[in-house]
Design a protein around this ligand. Structure first.
Ligand code: C5P
Length: 183
């Protein structure tokens, strides 16, 4: 049985930054659930599968797992290391579409719970403490003001060479918070 730490909270609050630091400090595995959704998207793209019905059928054949080599996260899809392909724009777009499919979410929930049962993990996301690991030993809800989160996004974008408008980022974050709360 693993010890589980769940970090929930809105986008840009610093969940993955904190999760990675905590995992390193405690020698736990940091489970990047977004990377798992991206690996699922890659699987569907490689197989040329689209449309809700076909995705629901095919997603169960994707076995996705996370392991660490020299401190670096490696994502394994059906035995193959796919880490290098996950940050592509088209993979992110497909992840956004396929993550809305309930079968995809149910399948990844199972894989994420298996990882948490077998290892000491730190897992972050919006639904980890509530849906994925409701019995986690430690649950943290991490948030920050829209301004602080927009500043973080702004600096992240700057590092990636993307120029963004700070006021627009604040407005987008506030809008997303409203949508999430109303949902
Ligand atoms: O965080 P990242 O950009 O890698 O996540 C990729 C996509 O996976 C997100 O845009 C979101 O649609 C989905 N996702 C999700 N639930 C999670 C993590 C990611 O639906 N816990």
């Amino acid at each position: 049985m693993g010890i589980n730490i769940a970090i929930d909270g809105p986008a840009g609050a610093g969940k993955s930054t904190i999760a990675k630091k905590v995992a390193k400090e405690l020698s736990f595995i940091y489970v990047d659930t977004g990377a798992m959704y991206r690996a699922m998207a890659l699987y569907l793209l490689e197989k040329g599968i689209s449309g809700d019905e076909k995705i629901s059928e095919a997603c169960h054949d994707a076995d996705i797992s996370i392991r660490y080599e020299n401190g670096e996260q490696q994502v394994i899809l059906n035995g193959k290391n796919v880490t290098a392909f996950l940050r592509k724009e088209e993979v992110g777009n497909m992840a956004s579409v396929s993550s809305a499919n309930p079968e995809v979410r149910a399948h990844l929930l199972k894989l994420q719970r298996n990882l948490a049962a077998e290892n000491n993990v730190v897992m972050d996301g919006r639904d980890i403490g509530t849906t994925i690991l409701p019995n986690a030993e430690v649950k943290i809800f991490l948030t920050a003001s829209p301004q602080a989160r927009a500043k973080r996004r702004f600096l992240e974008n700057q590092q990636k060479g993307i120029c963004s408008d700070y006021d627009q980022l604040v407005a987008e974050i506030a809008q997303r918070d409203r949508q999430d709360m109303e949902r």
